[in-house]
Structure formats: structure tokens, C-alpha cells
Design a protein around this ligand. Sequence first.
Ligand code: UT7
Length: 324
Amino acid sequence: MLRSVVLGTGSALPAKIVTNAELAATLDTSDEWIVQRTGIKQRHISSGFEETTSVLATRAAEAALASAGLTAADIDLIVLATATPDYTFPATATQVQYNLGITRGAAFDLQAVCSGFVYALSVADKMIVSGMHKRALVIGAETFSRILDWTDRTTCVLFGDGAGAVVIEAQSGTHSMSDRGVLTAHLRSDGRHREKLYVDGGPSATGTVGLLRMQGKEVFKHAVGMITDVIEAAYAATGLTSADIDWFVPHQANKRIIDASAEKLKIPPEKVVITVDIHGNTSAASIPLALDTAVKDGRIRKGHLVLLEAMGGGFTWGSVLVRM
Ligand code: UT7
């Protein structure tokens, strides 16, 4: 059987950092409120329209290729998760493909908001293990700063910009849970919740780009239950448990949601990768950004069992278990 094995990770952040104190200078908020309610201390914000989603995605992809010891010519699939594409079409993935100089294989965007990376990795995994493609770049990239209402303190303090990427390759596995690669993936959505977190514009409905609107409390209420549901599905499918996990790399929306999910799953805090404090919520980019952070600082190593999960607009939610 084939497995999708992670060969490298990479990430990219805009240089500009905006602290809570800077937001509090123009908004009725405080560092204390933001840290207490979310764990966020700062976020990176892209500057001007030169630092687009595709620019960040390309930088993350180049870093992932370098860490894998590969070149762009080795890639025959790009799946890019984003809710903030450069243009309505063509797919931002084709701009990244062009930037990297790739002219073969397939490139497309996938839209599942904050669950985008988990969805993209899961879809790319299926395309790899079916034998359809050999090596994929899976990217989560966002410029949420473009769709924030900067006068709404209930949303604009929460999000940031950035990109993360992984390179996965088809390698033969033994069908056992000690294989390297993606071991299982579980995706869910429930459109009854679509109005709890949405953007109030789009090409077909309004002809505008729109701004993010969220009923934060409502999202919070559902988050921990949905997250634990898909993780328990991953455990049921593999026979693995929280005791087997080396690292938990959750979507970084709110430290309180991460802590409550880890506690419910009995995953100790020292196994949880947290970057929400320095990146804020970067939507589809948050998991590959956190993953790359922990790979770079030496925490996540080859052979480690890593649990990824996300929940966001739609609602969508999902989990992936991967042995690095
Ligand atoms: O990635 C996609 C998934 N998204 C999420 O997971 C987000 C889920 N939701 C959350 O993380 C939290 O609900 C929030 C961080 C958005 C809000 O935290 P909360 O503890 O649910 O606060 P709240 O909405 O109940 O607001 C409490 C108070 C309100 O004032 P009153 O009505 O009690 O007078 C808000 O108006 O805090 C006020 N508030 C603020 N105060 C200072 C809301 N935003 C701010 C702010 N600064 N930025």
C-alpha cells in the first residue's frame, strides 16, 4: 500500500507585527482582555497589496521544498487551502505553481476556512495513495486582515496573516500504524451553522468581497465537542489513543478552546503545540505554521505521531493523524 509521507515543512509570515497594545490604541479593547479570553499577544499583518496570499504561500512552499531537499520540478500536485484568495479566480494555487516554475501536474484551491489545511491534507493524501500523483505541496495560506472589519473589536483582534506548507510523497507502507505518513483522516461539515461564522459578501450573492462576521460565543460553544468527535473517530479507526500521541498540533483559534480540548482528550499540556499567542488565528495557515514552528525548534522529529485538528466556518471540522 502507499502512504503520503511528510518530507518537509515550511512557513512564511509578514514582517509587520501588530501587538494587542497597538490595537488598543484605536479600539475599545485591552491587552489584558485579549490575552485572558484568547491567549493572543500579537499577530502578523501583511503590508499593502504586494504581500498577497500567493506571495506568502510561495515563500512557505519554497521553504518546505528546501526542508524536503527537493526542487519545484519534483512536485506534480499543489492543493492550497485558503478563504482569502488573491482573486476570485483563477485559483491562487495556479499563481503559486507559476511562481515556482511548475508547468505539469495539477494545482487547485480548497475552501474550508479554518479547517482548510486538514481538508487539503486529507484530499491530497487520497490523490497520493491512489497513485494519481507522486509528490504534493499542501499549503494553507491566508490574508484575513483583508476581510476584517477593523472597527469590530469582537473579531478584528483575533486573526492574523501567514502561510504554512508541507511536501508529501508517495512511499510504500506496511498497512501498520508504525508506518510513516498519513494514517487516517476524518472530515465533517454541517451547513446549519453557516451563519455563525461567515463573510457578508461574495461574487454571486453581493458582488463585493465582504467582511468577516462571527457569533464568537456560538462558535466557542460547539468547538470542543466537534474537535473531540473527530479525534475520537481517528482513534477508533486506528486503535491509537491519546497515550500514543507525541504532539498535538491543533488549529490555533483560541488557547481556551485548545486547553479544553486537550484536557477532555487527556493530552498533557507539554505535548500541545501553541502558536496562537504569536500568530493569532491564521485560519487555514494555522496548523502548518504551528507544525513548522515545532519541526524547526526540534520538538517534532521523524517518527513522531502527530495529531492535527481544526474547526471553523461552515461549520467544518476534521482531524488527521500523521507519523512524521
Ligand atoms: O477559527 C474559527 C473558529 N473561531 C473560533 O474558534 C472563535 C470562537 N470564539 C471565541 O474564541 C470567543 O468566543 C471570543 C474570543 C470570540 C470571545 O470570548 P468570550 O469569552 O466568548 O467573550 P464574549 O463574546 O462573551 O464577550 C464578553 C464581553 C462582551 O461584553 P459584555 O456583553 O459582557 O458587556 C463583549 O462585548 O467582552 C466584550 N468584548 C471585548 N472586550 C474588550 C468582545 N470583544 C472584546 C474585545 N475587547 N476585543
